[in-house]
Design a protein around this ligand. Structure first.
Ligand code: F6P
Length: 342
């Protein structure tokens, strides 16, 4: 009986469990045995696995996070890591691997494919920044959470006549900031794709106040940078994929706004609230469709490819192309957001 391994790597997001469930259900229907690899690539290096049968995936559809656990382990940064991955792939008797992850996890999947490991990729990330797919699952849930938070900030901002800065996630791409900003009626939205001009931000706020408004909502993506600046980070240490821990741009913006406008300003960092919790219906459906398609791709030996959403169709694309360049915010969408600034 052919065997499929499945792993979830990188930052967790809502919708991972619907993918796992779909892979198991479709896989069993097709006569495969499914093995869960724990904690991303770490589990394949350490041969840490769990059998996935019907009982193992029962009831996981609405659960956030991943029952398999995750990590930001990069086998290419571990002494003998890639050899271990290959060795354990053989030892486990796997015929194919389904890797569920973002740019980092799928970047490793791309390299392993080139080394002869049959991998199918499934794109996840709340950042929605993978190319060649209209959406990644996880994004919709994070967007809804961020929108609800902005709604909540509105009422307290209005009551206290304050400026509220909401810092949302988004390392290289400001999709959450732009879409939650539009949905939540933000007065200024700052994203990694465009350098922050703090003078312009303050002028926009002042203009708004001059037409009688006594509060403003500013949404900033954690990866946004001042014109002459760099990422604002919590610590300088790099992870195994070369990323720093972002966070703090909201505080910097708020301090500048208060200093330059004289308006009382507060900051809320949404952080991992955006990654947690039950997946939205959209993410459950997308994750389910991705999982079923991934098994079909294994069946058709479409390795080195990634499932993707194009319009309302699930297709497969080249995994290397999907992870080679990030999908940044569509500037036409940002122009729409700008109509409501000030
Ligand atoms: O990749 C998704 C993401 O949530 C980014 O938006 C964020 O910068 C990063 O993960 C945070 O990672 P961690 O949970 O490892 O601190």
């Amino acid at each position: 009986m052919a065997k499929i391994g499945i792993l979830t790597g990188g930052g967790d997001c809502p919708g991972l469990n619907p993918v796992i469930r779909a892979v198991v259900r479709k896989g069993l229907n097709e006569g495969y045995t499914i093995v869960g690899i724990k904690n991303g690539w770490k589990g394949l290096i350490e041969n840490d696995t769990v059998p996935l049968d019907l009982a193992a995936v029962s009831g996981i559809l609405p659960k956030g996070g991943t029952i398999l656990g995750t990590s930001r382990t990069n086998p290419y940064k571990k002494e003998g890591g890639v050899e271990k991955v290959k060795e354990n792939f053989k030892k486990l008797g796997l015929d194919a691997l389904i890797a569920v992850g973002g740019e980092d996890t799928l970047g490793v999947a791309t390299k392993l494919t080139q080394e002869g490991i049959p991998v199918v990729g499934v794109p996840k990330t709340i950042d929605n920044d993978l190319s060649n797919t209209d959406y990644t699952f996880g994004f919709d849930t994070a967007l809804n959470t961020a929108t609800e938070c902005i709604d909540r900030l509105h009422t307290t901002a209005e009551s206290h006549h304050r400026i509220m800065v909401a810092e949302v996630m988004g390392r290289h791409a400001g999709w959450i900031a732009v879409e939650a900003g539009i949905a939540g009626g933000a007065d200024v939205i700052l994203i990694p794709e465009l350098p922050i001009d703090i003078k312009e931000v303050c002028e926009t706020i002042k203009k708004r106040h001059s037409r009688g408004k006594t509060f403003s909502i500013i949404v900033v993506a954690e990866g946004a940078q001042f014109k002459e600046g760099d990422f604002i980070t919590q610590e300088k240490k790099l992870d195994e994929f070369g990323h720093v821990r972002l966070g703090g741009i909201g505080e910097s913006i708020a301090a500048e706004i208060e200093k330059r406008t004289g308006y009382e300003t507060r900051v809320t960092v949404l952080g991992h609230i955006q990654r947690g919790g039950t997946p939205s219906a959209f993410d459950r459906v997308l994750g389910t469709r991705f999982g079923v398609k991934a098994v079909e791709m294994v069946k058709n030996k479409k390795f080195g490819r990634m499932v993707a959403l194009a319009g309302n169709k699930i297709i497969d694309v080249n995994i290397q192309e999907a992870t080679g360049t990030l999908k940044t915010v569509d500037m036409e969408l940002y122009e729409i957001a700008k109509v409501f600034f000030g």
